[in-house]
Design a protein around this ligand. Structure first.
Ligand code: RFL
Ligand code: PHB
Length: 396
């Protein structure tokens, strides 16, 4: 089957779905192809923390209703080390900026519902996705649909929003992409538990036995993470052991961690990865397809949504007005934001995690940096302005 559209989008994660939504607001047609099922995309547990700019964007484009009713606005975080907990007040430090807890699963549900309600073509459970004809003016997106029919869709542009393991990045000509990356010598074990959070705002704890983070999803559901070794296996972590280790790394006098049934647990590696450029002719990469950050800075989802906000404007100029300037600037301008977030995520990760090889020098540097962050307004402001989102997003 052959067809044509303006923008072919690979991947129905937050990047691909939001891009399709934003393009529709500008009157541009797209198709989204996704190799997983709708149910899988809506249930995949991942990010939960949105920068103020991401929240405002979602409101502006008509996706803020449930987020405004059910999201949890936080004006700061707790930083814990050497057995003490300290509060950083983002509103005070940044002139009023904040963050919101609103799960990626909920954003994806709202986006899928909005796209389908608008009559958009979103194809789930496709296979053998390919992008071809990249040296022509109209590249082709090929896929086999859930019923087994092969499709070729001619596009004015293709957006690779297919995550870190997708096919679009590797479809670029050999030698074009430069990669800068870093693997960290530890992983995160994350759980979702049916128990009210034991804290009003997130707790980032550097403990001599490893990092721990207490975050949340709703007033009834907690999300917590533990630093574990890079080759750790989830079978080694029965629920009792997880709660005992969380308690050990998070406890301070006068505070208790409530536990409850664990409904989900998984281990994720920690990695920084930046591919550049994010474009070859009419193929554009966005989100995790182009870059990965370790989750300590809570930047991955925010970066994915920022990329496609810039890309939607660039594609609108290119396809509606015939102006290629913003498309030509897309990679460089996105990479400036990406590298700021990459540095911030690396810095937060390095400051809070314990090296598996004992290193007293590194440990003292971490503690000194943490003492500096909680005692110097300038240092605290650096953390706060990066955490709440340093680069403003523009969408009118
Ligand atoms: P996604 O979400 O990976 O979506 C890509 C989609 O493409 C599909 N796909 C294909 N479809 C068709 N054909 C192919 N050949 C395909 N190959 C792949 C996939 O099935 C998938 O549906 O990428 P996107 O849209 O760029 O979104 C990125 C975010 O998901 C990611 O950056 C965040 O989840 C990262 N992250 C966090 N980010 C934050 O901003 N704040 C956080 O608090 C935060 N916490 C986290 C996180 C990531 C985590 N993990 C598990 C990596 C916490 C964790 C534990
Ligand atoms: C989350 O809520 O899953 C979360 C929050 C902050 C982080 C990482 C993950 O730094």
């Amino acid at each position: 089957m052959t067809a044509s559209t303006q923008v072919g989008i690979v991947g129905a994660g937050p990047a691909g779905l939001l891009l399709s939504h934003l393009l529709a607001l500008r009157g541009i047609d797209s198709i989204v192809v996704e190799n997983r099922s709708r149910a899988y995309c809506e249930a995949r547990q991942r990010a939960g923390l949105l920068e103020a700019g991401t929240v405002e964007l979602l409101r502006t484009v008509g996706l803020g209703k449930r987020m405004d009713a059910e999201g949890l606005e936080h004006g700061g975080i707790y930083l814990q080390f050497a057995g003490e907990r300290h509060h950083l007040d983002f509103r005070d430090l940044t002139g009023g900026r904040w963050v919101t807890i609103w799960a990626q699963t909920e954003i994806v549900k709202d986006l899928i519902q909005a796209r389908l309600a608008a009559g958009a073509q979103v194809e789930f459970e496709v296979s053998d996705t390919e992008v071809a004809g990249l040296d022509e003016d109209r590249p082709v997106l090929c896929y086999t649909d859930a019923a087994g029919t092969r499709h070729e869709v001619r596009c004015d542009a293709i957006a690779g929003c297919d995550g870190f393991h997708g096919i679009c990045r590797d479809s670029m000509p050999p030698g074009l992409i430069r990669v800068a990356d870093r693997d960290y010598p530890y992983s995160w074990l994350g759980i979702l538990a049916t128990v009210p959070p034991s804290t009003d705002e997130l707790i980032y704890s550097r403990h001599e036995d490893g990092f721990a983070l207490h975050t949340m999803r709703t007033p009834q559901v907690s999300r917590l993470y533990l630093q574990v070794s890079a080759d750790e296996e989830i079978e080694n972590w029965p629920d009792d052991r997880i709660w005992a280790e969380l308690r050990h790394r998070l406890v301070i006098p006068g505070w208790e961690l409530q536990d409850g049934p664990i409904t989900e647990k998984a281990i994720s590696p920690m990695r920084s990865f930046v591919a550049s450029p994010m474009r070859y002719r009419r193929l554009f990469l966005a989100g995790d397809a182009a870059h990965i950050v370790p989750p300590t800075g809570a930047k991955g989802l925010n970066l994915a949504m920022a990329d496609v906000t810039v890309l939607a404007e660039a594609l609108t100029s290119l396809l509606r007005d015939g102006d290629s300037g913003p498309a030509d600037a897309y990679s460089d301008s996105s990479l400036r934001r990406v590298w700021r977030a990459t540095h911030f995520s690396w810095w937060m990760t390095s400051m809070l995690h314990v090296d598996p090889d004992p290193d007293p020098f590194a440990a003292e540097l971490q503690l000194s940096q943490l003492r500096y962050v909680i005692s110097s307004r300038a240092a605290a402001t650096t953390l706060a302005e990066n955490y709440t989102g340093y680069f403003p997003l523009h969408w009118s």
